[in-house]
Design a protein around this ligand. Structure first.
Ligand code: GCU
Length: 621
């Protein structure tokens, strides 16, 4: 098909992208999935950026035709070339400019009926004008892309990323040019057994560029990570570090909080890090009752960053959770990143304000963001609103716990989650897993993850949502919490569904708890389903009355658990799930919401609201 001389130069170009291209067909992707050439710029929402949000041309590519020819060989004119005319006499059989568009940010499933169930490769293309500046690095930033994404700018492969809920940044300094440019992104949301999450999830596998995309310029030497936290031992000392990429040793770093007239200087060491100690006077500690945020300025060389940060300490003492040294009870609810009313992956300020507004209305001082990191707008808003946060990576159900490649993915997502949100006072708990099987491989895997969490961030608490055993007794049943993973956790999360998946609602009245850990316990999930507006006797499943009855029996039981220091009912709002197919009642929605996806508050909402507002559920000590 091609003259020899041409083949040689073609081979060279091809190999440049080969590493990347191979990963786009599901089978190859499953075998080779990884992340490379990405970094993560912290506090990106305070940096000057050029948004690439809006309409992107798209091509749906279930057969990876954008990659392979009929003999499964890599194509020279893959879609990453963004071709506009015939190639080598070959007719052009794709054209982004003539192809339909989709909105970014946004999942593809709820934007087009024909993509509702689509799982596979979808190509995005966007033209953009740009004028690179001297002594500057240009990055393309992705808030998140589900699940695997491969990025080309001006036909050059720049990076690839795996993981659908954490941000990544790709350096395009070497390929962006003055004037017209284009970016092509292939996003593949094919589920795989060695994925994180793995094949089964009780949430919809929304695919696409689900969060903001932008271009960000930073000076050659720039701040790419920092940790500033209040010392547990001394509430008048903020300490941590600032990491300066490409730093020249001896570079001066300044951190200041103008409102507190506090400034400190430090010098970057051989590891590009400057150790920070910032004494502060009359600091107003951040808490749900006082969500005080300070403007914090960071400078290194010619790079300047500003952040809005609160300062507080969080720790455990026996079975108590201490916020700023005082015992606290976490009155909460679990939330999926499902957009209220319009449904689909939530990301916007409006989505966030509605969801957290409902949580506040419920009387919450805490939310569990399940089962993956939510949009940064959610954690920023929690900082402003004074809502404590449990943040989690999707080590969900039965991962391949004996597969080192999968562990690497969990570690990568954990690192990205912590790096993005380390500056959020609202986040007090990092969760490394949900409802995983009690096997040796699992416990080893997650103990490694728990220890890595402490290494990456020793200032917060490590948790996970555990499954609990049930044993029948003469008078009812006993719930036994003895999962060995509990040893590696600071706070024990436990999920139970008495009245739904087991026993009748009143079963809670005769259930006792045998918790083998003298640690704080959070009931991270409990609840039942109901279709909003579906009414009947409290004994009839799916009615609001039945769901409310489950909560009425749960509350006294929860109050009998001595170590209980928090509750996050499952779930704030109904959310889409391919596992929920009951016609007329579920219709692809998990209906355990206290509120429907259309904002209808169910009776159970008011049962829990009363307990939270009257503070009749839970004791801080
Ligand atoms: C589990 C799981 C959730 C799920 C819920 C349910 O506990 O953690 O992701 O949605 O149960 O069954 O509704």
């Amino acid at each position: 098909m091609f003259p020899e001389a041409f083949c040689h130069s073609l081979r060279k170009t091809l190999f440049a992208t080969l590493g990347t291209l191979l990963l786009l067909s599901s089978a190859a992707a499953a075998a080779h999935a990884q992340t490379s050439n990405t970094t993560l710029l912290v506090d990106i929402d305070h940096r000057a950026a050029t948004s690439l949000d809006g309409d992107w041309h798209t091509i749906v590519d279930p057969y990876s035709t954008g990659l392979y020819n009929f003999h499964h060989e890599i194509k020279a004119d893959g879609y990453f070339m963004n071709g506009t005319k015939a190639y080598n006499g070959e007719p052009l059989e794709y054209n982004f400019a003539l192809s339909p568009t989709l909105k970014v940010p946004g999942d593809w499933n709820t934007q087009r009926r024909d993509l509702f169930y689509y799982e596979g490769v979808l190509w995005y293309e966007k033209d953009f004008k740009y004028s690179p500046k001297p002594n500057t690095h240009t990055f393309i930033h992705f808030g998140a892309a589900n699940y695997r994404s491969h990025v080309w700018v001006n036909t050059k492969a720049v990076c690839e990323h795996e993981g659908g809920f954490t941000p990544f940044d790709c350096d395009i300094t070497g390929v962006v040019k003055d004037g017209d440019n284009f970016v092509v992104v292939a996003v593949d949301n094919t589920r795989s057994a060695d994925g994180v999450p793995t094949l089964q999830t009780d949430w919809w596998n929304y695919g696409g560029l689900t969060r903001d995309v932008s271009l960000v310029d930073v000076p050659t030497q720039f701040i790419d990570d920092y940790d500033l936290h209040l010392s547990r031992a001394d509430h008048s000392l903020i300490e941590g570090y600032v990491h300066v990429k490409n730093a020249t040793p001896g570079t001066d770093v300044t951190v200041s909080i103008p409102e507190l007239h506090a400034t400190t200087h430090a010098t970057v060491d051989a590891n590009d890090r400057a150790a920070i100690k910032l004494p502060v006077k009359s600091l107003s500690l951040w808490s749900p009752d006082n969500p005080k945020l300070y403007k914090v300025n960071l400078a290194a060389g010619s790079d300047h960053l500003e952040d809005d940060m609160g300062f507080r300490t969080i720790e455990t003492h026996g079975t108590e959770i201490l916020l700023n040294g005082k015992p606290i009870f976490l009155r909460g609810v679990s939330i999926h990143a499902e957009a209220p009313y319009r449904t689909g992956r939530a990301y916007s300020e409006k989505d966030v304000d509605t969801l957290l507004g409902w949580a506040k209305d419920l009387g919450c001082n805490y939310v569990r963001l399940a089962h993956y990191p939510h949009d940064q707008r959610m954690t920023r808003a929690s900082d402003r609103l004074g809502i404590l946060v449990w943040s989690e990576i999707p080590d969900y159900w039965a991962l391949q716990f004996d597969n080192p490649a999968v562990l690497a993915k969990s570690k990568q997502q954990l690192g990205e989650m912590i790096r993005r949100d380390r500056d959020k006072a609202s986040i007090i708990l990092w969760s490394v897993a949900n409802e995983t099987p009690d096997t040796e491989a699992r416990t080893k895997y997650l103990t490694t993850m728990a220890n890595l969490t402490r290494q990456l961030d020793p200032t917060r608490l490590v948790t996970a949502a555990l499954l609990v055993k049930t044993q029948k007794t003469a008078t009812g049943s006993v719930k036994i919490v003895d999962d060995p993973l509990g040893q590696a956790l600071d706070v024990i999360g436990t999920n139970e569904y008495i009245g739904w998946y087991e026993q009748k609602p009143a079963g809670a009245d005769t259930t006792t708890w045998d918790i083998r850990y003298q640690k704080p316990v959070i009931m991270s999930e409990f609840g039942a389903a109901a279709r909003a507006g579906h009414h009947g006797p409290a004994t009839e499943r799916w009615t609001e009355e039945y769901q409310a009855d489950v909560y009425k029996h749960q509350i006294p039981m929860l109050n009998r658990i001595p170590q209980l220091r928090g509750t996050s009912a499952w779930v704030l709002m109904d959310f889409r799930s391919p596992m929920r197919t009951l016609p007329g009642l579920q219709d692809n929605f998990n209906r355990k919401g206290l509120i429907s996806d259309q904002g209808e508050k169910k009776q159970a909402f008011f049962v829990l609201q009363k307990a939270y507002k009257d503070k009749t559920l839970g004791k801080a000590q």
